[in-house]
Write a protein that binds this ligand. Sequence first.
Ligand code: FMN
Length: 192
Amino acid sequence: MDKNLHNFRKSYKKGSLTEDTILEDPMQQFGVWFLQAEKEPSIEEPNAMTLSTVDAQGIPRGRVVLLKEYSSKGFIFYTNYSSDKGQAIAKNNHVCVSFFWPGLERQIIITGTAAKISEQQSSTYFNKRPRESQLGAVVHFDNKTIVKPANWGGYLIQPTSYEFWQGRSSRLHDRIKYIKNNTSWRIVRLQP
Ligand SMILES: Cc1cc2nc3c(=O)[nH]c(=O)nc-3n(C[C@H](O)[C@H](O)[C@H](O)COP(=O)(O)O)c2cc1C
């Protein structure tokens, strides 16, 4: 079955992104955009992000996971450490996460390195999860407290670059990139 999508085209007009309005710290800028995504009724899961990893054979794979925390330290998501993504990260800790918020005509792409958070931090989060979510992470259970499986936990992604994309009309999109420079961030405008 052949289908061409050549005429699928949209004009973006919801906002703009300029050097004089962005914040110096990319995590602060992320926070501003995240709050706006939270408030945008058409965005049901603003914290859904595509996590890309590269496995030991160099083969990339992207899948959606949920962002559960962000702070000046980075971005945390939870998963099964034995999963494909866990195995990929064990061999190559370079990852990419991206958010697409169509209702705001925005994308954010973050590259960084992923590292397991502490057992204690993972347990604290696990114990707060609803029982049904906890059950999803274990095979055997009874009616008592469900203990976090050892192979389940969080990763902290420490960012090395951020790209903020705001759709504009006539394809003159705004793209601003932050690149980590030791302890500070260099800001560059990219071609649309
Ligand atoms: C909206 C959405 C949210 C998801 N959230 C998570 C998550 O937070 N953690 C997770 O491990 N998998 C999550 N998944 C499932 C993953 O996309 C993926 O199917 C699973 O983790 C196995 O991936 P892997 O085999 O590449 O490791 C989510 C899927 C969707 C569609």
